[in-house]
Design a protein around this ligand. Structure first.
Ligand code: UT7
Length: 327
């Protein structure tokens, strides 16, 4: 049976660091509150004119260099993002041009914080179809482009960044199992209402701040813990894995309290979970691929290890995936 194996990883984080203390100067908040409630200490934000396509391009270049590949080797580029450079054309098309990846086709996937997981499942299906050899899956978001920096409930939570993985065929290693969900009953709890066909952009949508992230934090918090822990426990159970069999768990990095609660419900010890939320905050579709790259680069995951990744986000959308690491 063909499996989609992750054979290279890459990432890009903007240089510009914004600390919690920087936020104390512009909104009514404190470093203590942000750290205690979220685990975040700082985040990276793009400079003017740096975009999701730019960050994705850098992350892919990093991945290609590590695997000693040429852009012309790429068959497919899938970009998970809710902050594309433009509504259309796709960010994937802009990235294809930046790279001069002349043999690639591709497209964007929009599923907020679960975007990378859903894109990885899609990329895996393309590899398993046996029609494509090298599929790149990116998670990238420029959250600073859709945040209201006067709203303390949301602006402190997010950062900008991009992560990428390369999928190739394997018979032994790679994505073994996954379970993914969406439930539109959660749509009103986390959304950006302006600019779509429901509320096309007008002066009113701008004045009513409808082009910014809105979140009911408490509702999302509750559903995130339940959703990620239930689906991850199900993945463990149906693959006959117990908590000791897992070398690394990478949850979506939205709130350290959510991540700890999920790991705890899965019966994992703190050292089995990967976290970098304190440095980058919530980069939406980019959190998991950035973590995968850092975990691999730092030796926290190595060949034949069992890796579980899990996400929860707007939609609601959530899921869990079991990967037998193969490099
Ligand atoms: O990635 C997509 C998925 N997103 C998530 O998973 C996020 C899920 N939600 C959360 O992480 C948490 O709900 C938050 C971090 C957003 C908020 O934490 P909380 O413990 O649920 O706080 P809260 O919303 O209940 O707010 C408690 C208090 C409120 O004041 P009052 O009403 O008690 O007077 C807020 O106004 O904290 C206040 N508050 C702040 N205070 C200082 C809210 N934001 C801030 C802030 N600084 N930045």
């Amino acid at each position: 049976m063909i499996k989609a194996n992750i054979t290279s990883t890459g990432k890009y984080l903007p240089k510009n660091i914004v600390t919690n203390v920087d936020f104390e100067k512009i909104i009514d908040t404190s470093d203590d509150w942000i750290q205690n409630r979220t685990g975040i200490k700082q985040r990276r934000l793009v400079k003017k004119n740096e975009t999701t396509a730019d960050m994705s391009t850098f992350a892919i270049k990093d991945l290609l260099k590590k695997r000693n590949l040429d852009p012309n080797d790429i068959d497919v580029i899938i970009i998970a993002t809710i902050t594309p450079d433009m509504t259309f054309p796709s960010t994937a098309a802009l990235v294809q041009k930046n790279l001069s990846a002349n043999n690639a086709w591709g497209f964007d996937i929009s599923s907020a914080c679960s975007g990378f997981l859903f894109a990885l499942e899609t990329g895996s299906a393309l590899i398993k179809s046996n029609r494509y050899n090298k599929v790149i899956v990116v998670g990238a978001d420029t959250m600073s482009s859709i945040l209201d920096y006067t709203d303390r409930n949301t602006c402190i939570l997010f950062g900008d960044g991009a992560g990428a993985v390369l999928l190739e065929k394997s018979h032994k290693h790679g994505i073994i199992d996954s379970k993914l969900h969406i439930d539109g009953n959660g749509a009103d709890f986390l959304k950006m209402e302006g600019g779509g066909s429901l509320n096309p952009t007008t002066l009113d949508t701008v004045n009513n701040k409808m082009h910014y992230v809105y979140q009911n934090g408490k509702q999302v918090f509750k559903h995130a813990i339940r959703g990620m822990s239930e689906v991850s426990c199900e993945i463990l159970k149906r693959n006959n894995l117990n908590s000791n069999d897992i070398q690394l768990f990478i949850p979506h990095q939205a709130n350290k309290r959510i991540m700890d609660a999920v790991a705890n419900r899965m019966g994992l010890k703190p050292q089995q979970m990967f976290s970098n939320i304190e440095y980058y905050a919530n980069t939406t579709a980019a959190t998991i691929p950035i973590c995968i790259d850092e975990a691999f680069e730092s030796g926290k995951i190595s060949k034949n290890n069992n890796l579980i990744i899990s996400s929860f986000g707007a939609g609601f959308s959530w899921g869990s995936m079991y990967i037998k690491w193969g490099i």
